[in-house]
Design a protein around this ligand. Structure first.
Ligand code: HEM
Length: 163
């Protein structure tokens, strides 16, 4: 009898306790307004490394399985682009051996970056980009993009911080 009383008392207690559940505290993340993709108000110079990274290196070269860190040059960020191209020896030189640097500041004609987008280096995988994303603007803007890369290199291949 006594234990039945104890059990029913315990049950009652539990019932009472469950009745006074505290309101769940407000979740501050519930009202968080996530920033929408802002129209970039920053106007980038298309012939600067920042503009080239946005328009060419990131969308057309750093594709998955390509220059996305899988191998060099690494076009994932502006810094990795600069550090793995400017003054950096190429893995393969051109047949004359004159073009052996990925980006030779001030000399686009002797930069492998330009060479690989315009010439088919023998014994290589071909002209870059090897392939493009379905929505890529490369087929229509290729010449403009290459001209902008040339202009950046001939203007000294400045880094982001060089202003
Ligand atoms: C416009 C975009 C691209 C540029 C500027 C570019 C540039 C380059 C450069 C300069 C090299 C030579 C590196 C060296 O010898 O040191 C290279 C190699 C290579 N790239 Fe690209 N690339 C681009 C897009 C792509 C894409 C989309 C792929 C993959 C589908 C790719 C795959 C490769 C591979 C496999 C190599 C090494 C083999 C070889 O030298 O042919 N690239 N790329």
């Amino acid at each position: 009898m006594k234990s039945l009383l104890q059990i029913s008392t315990l049950y009652l207690l539990l019932l009472l306790l469950s009745g006074c559940e505290e309101d769940a505290p407000d979740n501050p993340y519930d009202n968080l307004e996530y920033p929408t993709e802002q129209e970039s108000s920053v106007v980038l110079d298309k012939q600067s490394i920042e503009g080239l990274h946005r328009d060419v290196f990131l969308p057309t070269c750093a594709n998955s399985g390509c220059h996305d860190g899988s191998f060099e040059p690494d076009f994932r960020t502006i810094q990795s682009t600069y550090n793995t191209t400017v003054g950096h020896l190429a893995l393969k030189a051109d047949p004359s051996g004159n073009i052996d640097t990925r980006v030779k500041a001030g000399d686009a004609n002797n930069s492998m970056l330009v060479y690989r987008m315009t010439e088919n280096l023998p014994n290589s995988s071909g002209i870059m980009p090897l392939n493009v994303e379905p929505d890529s603007d490369w087929p229509s803007l290729k010449e403009e993009h290459i001209a902008n890369v040339r202009a950046w290199i001939n203007a000294g291949a400045k880094n982001m911080i060089d202003g």
